[in-house]
Design a protein around this ligand. Structure first.
Ligand code: HEC
Ligand code: CU
Length: 384
């Protein structure tokens, strides 16, 4: 029995070291990711360093504790000492932790300072959170778009099988070049969201009325996924972040193609202002827009959620004056979750979704709204 305390000590240290080593194993599912940027690497190293320091402290403190409890136990005839107020001990157990804390603060501060240094960036992307999607705008490039959840409602409801990237897939991912310093300017249209991509070690709140800065320089091409990390309302879990990191030349090509695509969409939208669509066409486009963009609040059936989101079925707006209906959709309702869709949807889409709300979802007003009506409405408001 004499060797017991020693083997106990040994056992506990073996257990701890074993646990630490397995947790530290590369890309363990239980550990932080090492990521694909210099900063994420630094954050990971910092995390591991602090973790090992904690482990060492735990081994020493618990080791001393268990050893004393075992070695000086009552059945062995140990008698408690009766000293207190030892200045020497108090100084030691104050000074040692202070030294440890200072030693930990040095690398932590270095990493934090590096994370905040957004200077000398090669490109700037403005990220705007809004319920419940992200908007990306490339500074000086005339490229901007919304990024919406791409997982189907059926998969969410469990009717369809859930894919590999369930709730972590979007229609338009943010595309970034590798090896270039990207500065992010982050803000929000409504409530506080947080743009988080673990692989970049970037996680920053987007706050209405404020602009926060962050940056990244990605080392490896790939698709990186993240989420909104700030509880932002009902569909908080449905606004993922997907970043497609490309080789630099690929990115340049993508940017050109995207510009051309957006330009073409603009021209089509302009052309559609004079086109007159049939009721069937309006309803078909309107239903798609409604399901994609409005149903998250007003529900696919149009029933809304009592107390939070008004029903469209039987709504006095959706069955009342067309102008007021267009007004709500174009300008939103200030101070509520009903956002202004003027810059999110084309005139054609607004016309279609308004028509759909008036003639679908249990309503049957019978009138049609064309893109030109929406355009006229906007023009009349501009003069005021
Ligand atoms: C983020 C949630 C949200 C989304 C998305 C949303 N709405 Fe709304 N909507 C609201 C809220 C909240 C109100 C009530 C505003 C108020 O209190 O005046 C509202 C009100 C309305 C009304 C007036 C209803 C009434 O009876 O007062 C219409 C019409 C409407 N929304 C149309 C749309 C359309 C069209 C879309 C999609 C393009 C859409 N909404 C998307 C939250 C939303
Ligand atoms: Cu959010």
């Amino acid at each position: 029995m004499k060797s017991s305390p020693v083997s106990l000590w040994r056992l506990s240290s073996i257990l701890l070291v074993g646990f630490t080593a397995s947790v530290a194993a590369e890309e363990s599912a239980y550990n932080m990711t090492q990521g694909v940027t210099d900063i994420s690497e630094k954050v990971y190293d910092l995390h591991m360093l602090i973790f090992y320091i904690c482990c060492a402290i735990a081994v020493i403190v618990f080791g001393a504790m268990f050893y004393s409890m075992y070695h000086h136990r009552k059945s062995k005839g140990a008698v408690a000492a009766h000293f207190h107020e030892s200045t020497k001990v108090e100084v030691i157990w104050t000074v040692i932790p202070i030294i440890i804390l200072v030693l930990m603060a040095i690398p932590a501060t270095k990493t934090l300072v590096a994370m905040e240094d957004t200077s000398q960036s090669d490109l700037t992307v403005k990220i705007t959170g809004s319920q419940w999607k992200w908007h990306y705008s490339y500074f000086g490039e005339d490229v901007e778009f919304f990024s919406l959840l791409a997982t189907s409602q059926k998969a969410i409801d469990g009717i369809e099988e859930k894919g590999a990237h369930y709730l972590l897939e979007v229609d338009n991912p943010l595309v970034l070049p590798i090896n270039r310093k990207v500065r992010f300017l982050m803000t929000s249209d409504d409530v506080i969201h947080s743009w988080w991509v673990p692989d970049f070690a970037v996680k920053k709140d987007t706050i209405p009325g404020f602009i926060n800065e962050a940056w990244t320089r990605i080392d490896k091409p790939g698709v990186y996924r993240g989420q909104c990390a700030e509880l932002c309302g009902r569909a908080h879990g449905f606004m993922p972040v997907v970043v497609h990191a490309m080789e630099e030349n690929e990115y340049d090509e993508w940017l050109l193609a995207k510009k051309a695509e957006l330009e073409q969409a603009k021209q089509e939208a302009a052309a559609s202002l004079t086109a007159s669509l049939s009721m069937d066409e309006l309803m078909a486009i309107g239903e798609k827009v409604y399901v994609d963009r409005c149903a998250v609040c007003h529900q696919v059936s149009g029933a809304g959620i009592p107390g939070a989101f008004p029903a469209i079925t039987g709504s006095s707006v959706a069955t009342g004056s067309v102008d007021e209906h267009i007004d709500v959709v174009v300008n939103g309702r200030a101070g509520t979750a009903m956002q202004a869709f003027a810059n999110q949807l084309t005139e054609k889409e607004i016309a279609a979704v308004v028509t759909y709300q008036r003639n679908g979802l249990g309503n049957s007003v019978g009138d049609m709204v064309q893109a030109s009506d929406v355009n006229q409405f906007k023009a009349s408001k501009e003069g005021q």
